[in-house]
Write a protein of this length. Structure first.
Length: 257
């Protein structure tokens, strides 16, 4: 039988902000993680799952990403990350990262360009819609963080869509340019030497807006819509354009943090 390392390995999740602080500023960081690699090795783990550490305004514990190819300042530098790669390989430990691509931060350059105008080349990289005739939200869907999934943008006079925080606009996975940009970013990290991804909130990338308003549960104002058919097609495309080119691993999870 052809064994796969990720099926038999023991993984240890590290949330870097609270793991180990190397410079006494009250925030864990990548150098702090490097300092604890021998400790983790002694535990007998095979994989470090490193939670989000990308550039972020930190509206949602670093899961609102403003740059996928930079490290948030509080946690260290890209040089620190490169040192982490070198040191964990020396100990025979693999490293996987969180891949957060259902949404970005509203401070991501893609979204800033998207909301600059309805004619922006990146307008369709996110999900925008006109108000209803009475000016209200395009539909009655509920955010996972409660409340509406829509926020009105005065500049464009349209609503934009989000399933988590209003500071985390959802990417439009129907747009092939979005998918291409995501796969290119994944390959960039693979080329740096990571071993795989834990794919965050992937069950939400497919939306069925043609359904319109949904039945609202008793005591609720909005209705939640998630886990729609069609996700597997995009995951296959992810495999074809990224994962299959590397001996790498992907774990799919829903809302978990």
């Amino acid at each position: 039988m052809n064994k796969r390392w990720w099926k038999e390995a023991v993984a240890y999740q590290v949330y870097p902000r609270s793991f180990n602080d190397s410079n006494d500023d009250g925030i864990g960081d990548l150098p702090g993680l490097i300092d604890k690699l021998d400790y983790l090795k002694d535990l007998g783990i095979d994989i470090i799952w490193l939670s989000a550490m990308y550039r972020s305004p930190n509206d949602d514990n670093d899961y609102d990403i403003s740059n996928y190819k930079e490290i948030i300042d509080e946690l260290g530098t890209m040089n620190d990350f490169d040192q982490l790669l070198e040191n964990h390989y020396q100990r025979g430990i693999k490293l996987i990262l969180d891949l957060v691509v259902n949404h970005t931060s509203d401070k991501h350059p893609w979204f800033i360009e998207s909301k600059s105008s309805t004619d922006s080349p990146k307008r369709d990289w996110y999900i925008c819609a006109d108000p209803k005739a009475d000016g209200s939200e395009p539909n009655n869907w509920e955010s996972i963080f409660n409340g509406s999934t829509w926020t009105f943008d005065k500049n464009t006079q349209q609503y934009y869509f989000y399933l988590f925080s209003k500071k985390q606009p959802d990417l439009n996975w129907n747009n092939p340019e979005v998918r291409k940009a995501v796969f290119e970013m994944m390959n960039w990290w693979f080329e740096k030497g990571i071993d795989g991804f834990r794919v965050d909130a992937i069950t939400h990338i497919k939306k069925t807006f043609e359904a319109g308003d949904l039945p609202v549960p008793p005591g609720k104002t909005y209705a939640l819509d998630t886990n729609q058919p069609g996700i597997q097609t995009w995951l296959q495309e992810m495999k074809d354009n990224s994962l299959s080119h590397y001996d790498r691993w992907r774990s799919q999870r829903g809302n978990s943090r």
